[in-house]
Design a binder for this molecule. Structure first.
Ligand code: PLP
Length: 449
């Protein structure tokens, strides 16, 4: 699989390092992992190569980021060229052409009206940036009382303090103190009556009405923004019920509250459109993104903001900084080069349309697991799938984690969150590879207690 490109063979003679202690691994069961490490040493297109010489089919686009597959030559070459041409350039009071070019290219993909792009280095930073812009925007317009932020249960918005405050994952919050004050959460949209729905579930639009309750409780004039993932991935693939996002948009617009879509995983074709906003026909005031922006090759994120938000800052003396926010690497040249080459690749290969075309096949393949062992729910949209397993009594998450380990042994990478298997293959996946992914999950579930 790896030698499929002419003249190419990576040096993959890598042995397991003697000492695995120093690297404190993120979101990992460190002791379990280090007792039996799983290392990748190479990647090509749809596959990883492991340290023990096996090819593993990537069912998760790395971490939802390598939407065009791995080590794509155009992106690799762009990065190589850029690192030898202009390695770093500040974007504070200086600039370089690629950051402007990438911003325009991203603005072409976002919904009309969201044309101002602020660069960050990750999804978490994009979230912090969007929340800060929301607060500063209201202040700039003389509505400084609008400081409340509203997230949602089972929301994931990265791991920084703003993100975990508006996020709704208990384990990500409870160890870290008081978090931001003035934050509320809408109910999540995962209803039992929607089990085994295909694409958008029928029930649950009414859950958006809870926002009216929070507005009545606090007063609209105290609320800055609502942030939601249009489709929640990290908490187990929760698809928005029909009409839900529309309702959120209506209520926020009516009350002057900003609506932020966190599209860190739904951006760049995952749902068959550039952004979920387009897929669902709802335009928020800001979109956060990362991951697929550079195909995961170089860390980069961004926030797309509306003209109204951007223009609210463009007042005051022209020599003054308008927004006191930014990162050393905001729009850094190598990431910008990777981003441009990534967007070229998506466009030249028509990958967003490809995801849309494959979605019905993907849906049927996933739902063929409805009679597989332990499966209690299946959810899908675009090229995303969630398969919920019956938890083992007294041992939550164990069954799904065992499925992940067994699938890896069988040469397929899946991800689990709680008792849910989540899959999001690169948009270059073939029908045969979809069959392989789903078939492996079926086989694995059959062997598990
Ligand atoms: N927001 C959402 C919706 C995400 O899914 C993620 C990561 O999965 C993040 C934010 C955080 O992104 P990062 O890990 O790049 O900080």
């Amino acid at each position: 699989l790896f030698s499929s490109r002419p003249g190419e063979e990576q040096n993959m003679n890598v042995t397991v390092p003697n000492n695995l202690d120093a690297f404190w691994m993120p979101f990992t069961a460190n002791r379990q992992f280090k007792a039996n490490p799983r290392l990748f040493v190479g990647a090509r297109d749809m596959h990883y190569r492991t340290h023990d010489g096996r090819d593993v089919l990537d069912g998760t686009s790395g971490l939802w980021c390598c939407n065009a597959g791995h080590c794509r030559p155009k992106i690799t070459e762009a990065v190589q060229r850029q690192v030898a041409t202009l390695d770093f350039a500040p974007t504070f009071q200086m600039g370089h052409p690629l950051a402007f070019e990438l911003a325009s290219r991203v603005a072409d993909l976002t919904p009309d009206g969201l044309d101002h792009i602020f660069f960050t280095n990750s999804g978490s930073e994009s979230v912090e940036t969007a929340l800060k812009i929301a607060l500063a925007y209201h202040q700039a317009r003389g509505e400084g009382r609008r400081t409340r932020l509203i997230g949602r249960e089972r929301g994931y918005h990265g791991v920084n303090f703003g993100g975990i405050s508006v996020g709704g994952i208990v384990n990500n919050r409870r160890h870290f103190g008081a978090l931001l004050t003035g934050v509320d959460h809408l109910p999540h949209t995962h209803l039992p009556e929607n089990r085994m729905s295909r694409s958008q579930p029928e029930h649950g639009a009414h859950l958006a009405e809870d926002l009216e309750r929070l507005i009545a409780l606090h007063g609209a004039e105290t609320i800055a923004a609502v942030i939601v993932e249009p489709l929640a991935g990290s908490t187990g693939v929760l698809i928005p019920p029909k009409g839900y996002l529309q309702r959120l948009r209506e209520i926020t617009a009516k009350h002057g509250i900003l609506l932020i879509f966190d599209e860190v995983i739904t951006g760049f074709g995952r749902l068959g459109t550039a952004f979920a906003a387009e897929r669902y026909g709802v335009t928020p005031d800001m979109i956060t993104m990362a991951k697929g922006l550079t195909n995961g090759v170089i860390p980069m994120g961004a926030v797309a903001a509306s003209g109204a938000i951007h223009d609210a800052f463009m007042t005051g003396p022209e020599h003054m900084i308008e927004l006191f926010h930014g990162y050393t690497y905001s729009g850094t040249p190598i990431a910008a080069a990777a981003g441009i080459a990534t967007l070229d690749t998506y466009r030249e290969e028509g990958l967003f349309d490809r995801a849309a075309e494959l979605a019905p096949y993907w849906e049927d393949a996933l739902h063929s697991l409805s009679d597989a062992r332990h499966v209690i729910d299946i959810r899908n949209e675009g090229l995303v799938g969630g398969i919920e397993l019956e938890p083992i009594d007294g041992q939550p998450t164990k069954r799904a984690f065992d499925a992940f380990l067994a699938a890896y042994e069988k040469g397929v990478l899946i991800r689990t969150t709680g008792d849910i298997i989540a899959m999001s293959p690169p948009l270059i996946v073939s029908r045969e590879q979809i069959d392989e992914l789903v078939g492996t999950v079926r086989d694995v579930l059959a062997t598990l207690d």
